[in-house]
Each structure stands twice: as C-alpha cells, then as structure tokens.
Write a protein that binds this ligand. Structure first.
Ligand SMILES: N[C@@H](CCC(=O)N[C@@H](CS)C(=O)NCC(=O)O)C(=O)O
Length: 204
C-alpha cells in the first residue's frame, strides 16, 4: 500500500495516523501537490493528496473516503463504532467539520501566499469566521465527551487533532486555545500518541 502525500497536509496526516494506529504497513510517497513535479494527478484527477494506492493498484482519494476504505478492510482497532450506524454517522460529521476547518485554514494559507495587493480581505475574513465557528462547535462537542474524546480513539478525534496541528503549524488562529479547554485537553492527549508524534509536520 502506498500513501501519496506531503508532510504538512492535515488530511495526509489523518490517513498516516490511521494507518499507524491500525498497524498497516505502507510506503509514504512524498509529493508536493502544488509543485511543478507533482505526479499525484496520474492517480487522482483532482491532483490532491492524500491519495492511497492499495495492493490491487486501485487509487483512493479524499481522506474521508480513504478512511472509510481502511475501516472496510477491517483492521483493528476500528475508528468508528461497529454496532451503532447512527453514532458512526455523527462521528463522521464531526470528522468532516474538523476537515472543513482545515480546508478553510488551507485557503487562508494559500491566499496569504499571494502578493499583498492581490489578497482578498473578504476571503480572509470569511474563512477566519468559518474557522472560529467550527472551533466553537468542536469545543462544545469535545466538552460533551461523546463524539470527541470519549476514551476510545475515533476518526473525529484524529481529524480534529490533525486540524489543530495544522492551525498551530501555519499560525492561522494563533490564540485558538483561549477559552477552548476541551480542545486543548484533546490535543494534549492526542499529541502524546506515537502515531501523532511520528507524523508531526516539519516546522514551517
Ligand atoms: N477533501 C480533501 C482535501 C485534500 C486537499 O485539499 N489536499 C491539499 C493539500 S492539504 C491538496 O492536495 N491541494 C492541491 C490542490 O488543491 O491542487 C481530503 O480530505 O483529502
């Protein structure tokens, strides 16, 4: 199994963490998707990472689909409850919420790479507001301890940890932790895991 990805992508980190937690052996193929030499579009027409190539050479893309593929393979531990489809769906929605915050953070990072006179204040403000609302909802969910931080690592925990790692790396919302104690607790616990330590992005 090959994982095509870049070291800084929160979505790639999400899949790397799942593979490590499940003990699935994989080869990491480093590919910077925005670079001129990227090969990822040979496997994924959208040209995005992560893209996973399975042992039958089938390409899987979009981290939530790859995560579902890995669950369907059945490798333990499961990252979603096996006996409660509704609970699993709620957890997947939280996963997508955390991914959505990562998407917004990535849009801000890309926008800030443009020349200052080409940057859109409207785009920056809009996506910053989405991030803040997303973080507030994730904080409330983490405080409840049912869908996040419930004692059994799940897909939503992993996506949230990778999102927090990314906004820390890119300094997108430097003071995100003010008044968000449940998310801090979750991040502290996740970052102690070997899977998170081994996938920490290089300093920007
Ligand atoms: N929804 C996708 C998002 C993946 C994504 O946006 N990846 C970025 C890197 S963080 C990428 O490959 N961007 C290249 C591009 O958009 O051309 C997922 O969860 O896998």
């Amino acid at each position: 199994m090959k994982l095509i990805g870049s070291y800084t992508s929160p979505f790639v980190r999400k899949i790397s963490v799942i593979l490590l937690e499940k003990g699935i052996v994989f080869e990491f193929v480093n590919d910077a998707p925005y670079g001129p030499d990227s090969q990822v579009s040979r496997h994924n027409p959208l040209g995005k990472v992560p893209t996973l190539i399975d042992d039958e050479q089938q390409a899987w893309f979009d981290s939530s689909i790859i995560a579902q593929f890995l669950e369907l393979r059945g490798d333990a531990p499961a990252m979603l409850p096996q006996d409660d489809a509704w609970l699993a769906l709620h957890i997947r929605q939280v996963e997508r919420l955390a991914d959505g915050v990562s998407d917004c953070a990535s849009i801000i990072v890309r926008e800030k790479l443009r020349a200052p006179e080409q940057q859109s204040t409207e785009v920056l403000t809009r996506h910053r507001e989405k991030i803040l609302r997303g973080l507030d909802q994730l904080e409330a969910i983490a405080a409840q301890g049912r869908l996040l931080n419930n004692g059994t690592l799940n897909l939503a925990d992993i996506a949230t940890g990778c999102m927090i790692g990314y906004i820390n790396l890119r300094h997108v919302v430097p003071n995100w932790c003010v008044d968000r104690p449940a998310l801090i607790k979750l991040a502290e616990q996740l970052f102690q895991r070997e899977s998170f330590a081994r996938t920490a992005p290089p300093a920007a």
